[in-house]
Design a protein around this ligand. Sequence first.
Ligand code: NAP
Ligand code: FER
Length: 336
Amino acid sequence: MPTEINVRVLLKSRPTGFPVEDDFEVVESPIPQPQQGEILLESMWLSLDPYMRGRMNDAKSYAPSVDIGEPMVGGAVAKVVESRSPLFNPGDIVEGRFGWQSYAISNGIAVRKVDESLAPVQTAVGVLGMPGLTAYFGFLDVCDPTPGDTVVVSAASGAVGQIVGQIAKIMGCKVIGTVGSEPKAKFIVEELGFDYAINYKTSDVAQSLDNLCPEGIDVYFDNVGGIVTDAVMDRINIGARIAICGQISQYNLKTPDLAPRNLGLLTRSQAKMEGFLVFAYESRYDEGIARMAAWIKEGKLKYKEDVVIGLKNAPKTFIGMLNGENFGKTLIKVAE
Ligand code: NAP
Ligand code: FER
């Protein structure tokens, strides 16, 4: 039985606009005791993801809000340190929604054993977990790519975007990524094999798209919304497919942007725009994990992580990620 304390990060107040560190409270509590049928988990890696911003609001969603005074929600990779369940043994490495805390109790529901032979265990919340599966199913299923398609992906160096662009290359597409810095632009082209990058903060996105893809755009995988999406939409081809994965440019606005008024573009181009949630593909996760793990082993799929050590750093790291300060999949290393 471990002797340390449980560090927990609670939601202290609901932000309006961008969250601030004071919206969170770091507390120390005793380590909880598992009851019959339960397991005690020591968190190893906490995933920080944009959807968590939505859970800080008191608003209708696919999942309930975090209550004030409760630990923030979040996926994590953890080690079973004590088991009173026949399904788990001490030492098992598992993935589940264990929240922003160093120890958690679980009844084992929605807890997945991590196959340590596939890749480093933290990939279970990265490329071989929720963000990677979002890229895999969102691109292959929603965008229905064909070799030779011109594909644009926004937030292209991030957890989801970096995987979308590489899968698009594996599928024989031409790929353009939009990013918010020069190092990110260089990285997606030179390290990940994207054809081109556009820095939306320093260049005219519309003009860059005209230069880089005069043939138009067949697939748009949208992670951001806002001005990048406006420019892409103006250039979609007949029969284009647009996956609305996320709209991060809108998550922290006090007053949301006007709803899109350019939907006539979909009529003219006979295009399909579809929103999706990765959870709809749960019955096919094993397929996505196996295929992406094989691509990693073959050297066809790379993944970049942005690791910050210590749970107490989760609030500022999360706020930084919403601001584009992360470079790759944002992870908190909680413990070895
Ligand atoms: P991420 O890309 O690793 O990190 C977020 C990135 O968003 C930042 O690094 C920043 O990159 C970019 N960003 C922030 N503000 C922006 C703005 N105003 N305009 C343009 N870009 C901005 O995050 P992720 O985990 O991969 O998530 C990406 C998107 O996928 C999010 O919208 C998320 O909500 C969505 N998502 C959806 C599902 C689903 O089931 N539908 C599942 C997972 C994630 P730059 O430096 O490039 O600006
Ligand atoms: C995300 C953004 C939004 C996400 C889920 C949502 C799983 C869902 C929002 C809602 O239901 O309101 O990144 O990831």
